[in-house]
Design a binder for this molecule. Structure first.
Ligand code: FPP
Length: 246
């Protein structure tokens, strides 16, 4: 039986976040330039979005470009940005037709103007779609996001808009880029690396972590379904005991 059919539709993770890793190694193994790995990676993005829709996930967040990725060779950064623009142009109609709402988190002003413009246009045009919220993390770093939130909250305390006593989880949440997203239920990282790399540190507090050796360009629908099935076999206790959950 296909993995999709085995998924319990009452227990699908609401929010899945993915660290798409291994594009460079995929290309190297084939004697190709790294950019070919990224291009194949874009195909895997398409496949994953389709699979997310088919399995009933309502929020999918993809780590597409970190604040640290700006330190890569200029040629690779330029090509990644061009790939972002061409993918948005190419996929806009399909996204819209499938009721997908595109969002972005990160320091978006740092993106090249062409990428920023294309991204903003697709975000605006798809803002009323309801089936799946697709969030691209671009020029994103979680520590940077938290520092920004702390500064905004401190400013509000200084101006008597918030009192120190009222600062709690929800106030912090409201000052993160992800303020409109639910907490992450399942975090997937491909390529065999087992680390978080400054991604959604606050938001994954209770997420289930799933690591696979599959390199991102090889990631297929069945790989996402397999991760969901694995998630469904875990007991999420949120600090309670097994008995309390029964
Ligand atoms: C990690 O692989 C991947 C990235 C830094 C970029 C992710 C980009 C894509 C999947 C392409 C297109 C995305 C969109 C949204 C159109 P790596 O280069 O770090 O691989 P390595 O660790 O094997 O070197």
């Amino acid at each position: 039986m296909s993995f999709l059919k085995q998924i319990d539709t009452d227990n699908v993770p609401k929010h899945v976040a993915i660290i798409m890793d291994g594009n460079g190694r995929w290309a190297k193994k084939r004697g190709l330039l790294r950019i070919f790995g990224h291009e194949r990676g874009a195909k895997a993005v398409r496949e994953t979005i389709e699979a997310a829709g088919e399995s009933g996930i309502s929020h999918l967040t993809l780590y597409a470009f970190s604040t640290e990725n700006w330190n890569r060779p200029k040629n690779e950064v330029d090509k990644l940005m061009n790939l972002l623009v061409s993918s948005l142009k190419k996929e806009f109609k399909t996204l819209h037709k499938n009721e997908i709402k595109l969002c972005a988190i990160g320091n978006l002003e740092e993106l090249p103007p062409k990428a920023y413009k294309e991204l903003s246009e697709v975000i605006e045009k798809t803002k009323n779609n309801k089936k799946l919220v697709l969030t691209l993390a671009l020029s994103y770093g979680s520590r940077n996001e938290i520092v920004k939130a702390v500064k905004e909250i401190a400013e509000k305390v200084k101006n008597n808009i918030i009192s120190v006593e009222n600062i709690d989880d929800s106030i912090i949440n409201e000052h993160l880029y992800t303020r409109n997203l639910p907490d992450v239920d399942l975090l997937i990282r491909t390529s065999g690396e087992q680390r978080i790399s400054n991604f959604l540190l606050w938001q994954i507090a209770y997420a289930e972590l799933y690591f696979t050796d599959v390199l991102w360009p090889d990631f297929k629908k069945e790989d996402l379904y397999r991760a969901i099935l694995n998630y469904q076999n875990r007991e999420r206790r949120f600090g309670k005991t097994s008995e309390q959950l029964k």
